[in-house]
Design a protein. Sequence first.
Length: 188
Amino acid sequence: MSQQYRTELLQILVRESYFEREVTLASGKTSNYYLDCRRALFLPRAAFLAGELLLELVEAAGIEQIGGMAVAAIPVTDAVLAAAYRHGVELRGFFVRKEAKTHGLQQLIEGAFKPGLKTAVIDDTVTTGGSALDAAAAARNAGADVTAAMALVERGEGGREAFTRAGLEYRWIFTGDEIRAAAAQSRK
């Protein structure tokens, strides 16, 4: 993994995505910090860096398709797909809606999803893993071979254990502690 890319992306996440204040997370837990990775992932350089770094994890796990819950998984999935194209890696992407559309094809899973492929679910930030596990269940129900979960940031608040219980290999780029330490260092 490119240490230069990792260091640069960490700096962007701290500058663009890290906030210290009391918040309620999607898991329902409260926290004294928040990471809004979308703020970084919608910047060209950060999207490039995240895609490059996460693609290494995808390739190492032999993944054929990747996706997760809308909305958080969409920019990180797109970043990985763009990196896959740059490197000539065959990879499909998808996202899972909270509920199926009531019009059009009325799908729960959107994108280039294909049953039977070795699949990883992805999220920008994982706390308890609930969103990624919901995506994994939907993908499995649709016929995917879900073997892994991946995240840009692992907060260290139960996600790892939840994925282990679900039989998923889990990989991430940063921990919440790394982000917090880098934020504290940047204020000095």
